[in-house]
Ligand binder design. Sequence first.
Ligand code: FAD
Length: 492
Amino acid sequence: MSEQKVIIIGAGLAGSLLAIYLAKRRIAVDVYEARGDMRRAVVSAGRSINLALSDRGIAALREVGMDGYMLAEAVPMYGRLIHPGSGETKLLPYSGRQGEYINSISRGGLNIALMNEAGRHPGVSFFFNERCVDLDVNTGEAIMASGKRVSGSTVIATDGAGSAVRNAMMHGGVERFNFSQTWLEHGYKELHIPSQDQLPEEVGYGDARFAIEPNALHIWPRHKFMMIALPNFDGSFTCTLFLGHKATVLSPDFGRPHVESRPAQADTQNSEAGTQNGFDKLTDEAAVREFFHREFPDAVPLMPTLVEDFFTHPTGNLGTVKCFPWNIGGKALLLGDAAHAVVPFYGQGMNCAFEDIRILDQLIDAHGTDWETVYEEYGRLRKVNTDAIADMAEENFYEMRDATADPVFQRKRALETKLEQTYPDYFSKYSMVTFREDLPYAVAKDKGNAQDQLLMTICREAVSVDDIELEQIIEQIRRISPETSAVPESVR
Ligand code: FAD
């Protein structure tokens, strides 16, 4: 073992994977986790039950030999399956290329597998029910609620969006610490579609295990709100309803960033103009049933525990956290959601946190355990990219919620699919973010927005994708090169 010891705060997804990376370098690691050990007792994994794992996250798992193991129990999702208020469902593929898809994976299963793998290394110790409450910015000691003070060569805080270490940095003497937190006015609630064998035969779609198409991310876009569903390996689905906390303050454009893909005229689907929907209106069984029957009639027969789930599952908040600097010299570093929590609409929060670890590891390769140099360089490389994914994740909320139901947007997706099928060098913005782990988020954002602008203009004018001359478009797209990007070359 080296003489280094790293203190990790938080044994969530990022903390557990980071412990493996460091252990492989023969660095000793002590991980302090506020919750109990989820391997021994039923401990809520927190936040979403399942999540979408894509190429950036897979690349980080691959480096520690965990990709195959994790993907063995994942359900591939090849596109968005749109459930309009009326009419047929429609599949919008994520990519026109073979082999480009995202994977629905259990959060608890992944977290447990990462902890087990970390625990196999002799230098790794986990300490559960140890909540960090403060960090002494002078000594670099982490202070636990139990009164314990722990220290090592450095502290890496992976204690999530509400990070105690970040709070200590903000309030305890890191000069000029920039911090912003923006809450979405929408909250979320998880609901459940059981596997087919738990449902009456007549309501399924014909599969023995899954009640609806398993290989897709389902979306019920309703303009001011939406529901999504991701498949679980056991045949069930976890649905998430994203809805305003308050019906009264909801305006469709509140806080909405400029998104090139937004529809000119929003398709309100079943949501009649004037109908006010918000969690605050859904206070009794009748209101919940009426809302779901009106807005998601095809999903209701698949949700036998809808009302019970609605009133027993918590309503979560969604927000974006940005802050900087992320380090106190070489004493401490914020990583993952602790440094940059994003809203979940690009399915990138965990993938980005895993990419953080891969980049940090490359810098340890370059600079050894000169933590200050590693952290300074890490912040310089990473901040521009985590800001980019935070912005894109907010924009994607509006895309999923209403643009997916818009005919112009649907034409644009069809055109992007055709371009991807025809030209190996063409990647849509979604593909650049999701399937190109070699491309920094900031470049994907820059180039993707320029492409979106061009393609939306073309699709607004075209009646059908078949009328569009692909060769002319690809030439224009090729001219949008990274050289014209605003992202400095040094961080690309
Ligand atoms: P966390 O997973 O939050 O882990 C933090 C850990 O620290 C926890 O174990 C916690 O108990 C512990 N902790 C907290 N405070 C303390 C303390 N004071 N002391 C000690 N321990 C502490 N990302 C994707 O890539 N794909 C998706 O599809 C996706 N879907 C999502 C859906 C929803 C509804 C939400 C809310 C998020 C989603 N995300 C998704 C984002 C993803 O969940 C996060 O980005 C990811 O969990 C970040 O990992 P982390 O380890 O940094 O933080």
